[in-house]
Design a protein around this ligand. Structure first.
Ligand code: NAI
Ligand code: 3PY
Length: 354
């Protein structure tokens, strides 16, 4: 018998039982569920990552739907438990769903949802922030000031790279990759090279139109190019940002060999998923190339970092906060609740991850 897990309950007499494995920002998502006659149970256990056993205890013997988190392992065991409890719906509070086995969910008749769109701009803004922070060495310089080491202006002090006129490389030009590219092109007049399995037509049209606008204003126009291989992006770009999904094709997409193809002073940003980068190879590359810089929001063995990474001055590391704006997090919670409601009321839906 699993240990009971502490919960907070809203609308105790609701007809449908919906469980959220974490407290989520705002109250709109709770109100939406309560208005549709759901009893909402929110896990209040003081534990950052719940185990499969904890979640089985939360599901219990009657559960119509669950809102879960990207840190949880939603596979065969949990979907089988949810199905046994009469559950028809699961939503990840995330756009990425590499923690969810959609095939297992389908096998047990549980529909799966995710939360795309509401986090696009917020995530792209963090990737842009890391790009700036890395190019202008902001975190290193902040540490230097706080350590009391600043004793006057010097021509060589924390010299970084100018973004204007350089090339931004985007790998995975979907929603977030395209939004990031626009920020870097519009904000810093960078040229674009991108690699994706599909053509990013809207992005290409935007860069063409913006280039024409700059030219008409007497400025150097920006340009774009769709690379036929990822290596082209690695060889040509000055700042490279990773935005693909994590799957078998993108695991360790950036490895020792590919790092060696990048410019010695390039900047690499990862706001996608940790395992897209071979982090051990990255630490070695950072040691060998002090002018190569990275900005990382995600890690291969999250929440841990590979040995040596935390000591590298040419790395900026933040704890998976790319979607962490108030508006976005409330939006993600609202979308997740709507996903569960739609699946409870339209039980023929099997999955609609996008
Ligand atoms: N760090 C964070 O907090 C956040 C991370 N993410 C991550 O970002 C990912 C992307 O999100 P969206 O842009 O909304 O998804 P999306 O589906 O719009 O974009 C993903 C793009 O990657 C491309 N792609 C897939 N396999 C590829 C490959 N082998 N090589 C090159 N490109 C490939 C796809 O064609 C697509 O254009 C999510 O799956 C999630 O893992 C998303 C939000 C926040
Ligand atoms: O949505 C995602 O995939 C995240 O990583 C967190 O927003």
């Amino acid at each position: 018998m699993a240990k009971p897990v502490s919960i907070e309950v809203w609308n105790p007499n609701g007809k449908y039982r919906v469980v959220s494995t974490k407290s989520m920002p705002g109250t709109r998502w709770i109100n939406l569920l309560v208005q549709q006659d759901c009893r909402v149970e929110i896990c209040t256990e003081k534990k950052t990552i719940l185990s499969v056993e904890d979640i089985i205890a939360l599901i219990g013997t009657k559960c119509d739907g669950v809102i879960g988190q990207l840190t949880e392992d939603w596979g065969e065991t949990l979907f089988s438990a949810l199905s046994k409890a009469g559950g028809k719906a699961f939503s990840n509070m995330a756009v990425g769903y590499n923690n969810v086995d959609v095939e297992a969910a389908t096998k047990y008749g549980v529909a799966v949802g995710n939360t795309p769109g509401v986090l696009t701009e917020t995530t792209a803004e963090l990737a842009a922030s890391l790009s700036l922070a890395a190019s202008r060495r902001i975190v290193e310089a902040d540490g230097f000031m706080r350590a009391g080491l600043y004793d006057g202006w010097l021509p060589h002090l924390f010299v970084g790279n100018l973004l204007k006129g350089q090339t931004v490389g985007v790998i995975g030009a979907g929603r977030i990759g395209s939004a990031y590219a626009r920020m870097m092109i519009e904000g810093f007049k960078m040229n674009l090279i991108y690699f994706d399995l599909y053509q990013a037509t809207r992005l290409e049209k935007f860069v063409t139109a913006y280039g024409q606008f700059l030219k008409a204003s007497g400025e150097e126009p920006v340009t774009w190019r769709r690379a036929s291989s990822m290596d082209e992006v690695l060889q040509q770009a000055d700042v490279i940002s990773l935005h693909p999904i994590l799957d078998k094709t993108t695991y360790h997409l950036i490895n020792k060999e590919r790092l060696s193809k990048m410019k010695k002073e390039a900047i690499l940003i990862n706001c996608s998923r940790g395992p897209v980068v071979d982090e051990e190879a990255l630490v070695e590359h950072l040691k060998q190339n002090p002018m190569f810089r990275v900005g990382l929001d995600v890690f291969e063995d999250e929440p841990y970092m590979k040995p040596g990474l935390a000591d590298m001055k040419n790395a900026i590391v933040v704890p998976h906060i790319a979607s962490a704006s108030k508006w976005t997090r409330e939006g993600m919670a609202t979308l997740a609740a709507l996903n569960v409601l739609v699946c409870i009321f339209y039980t023929h839906i099997t999955h609609f991850v996008c």
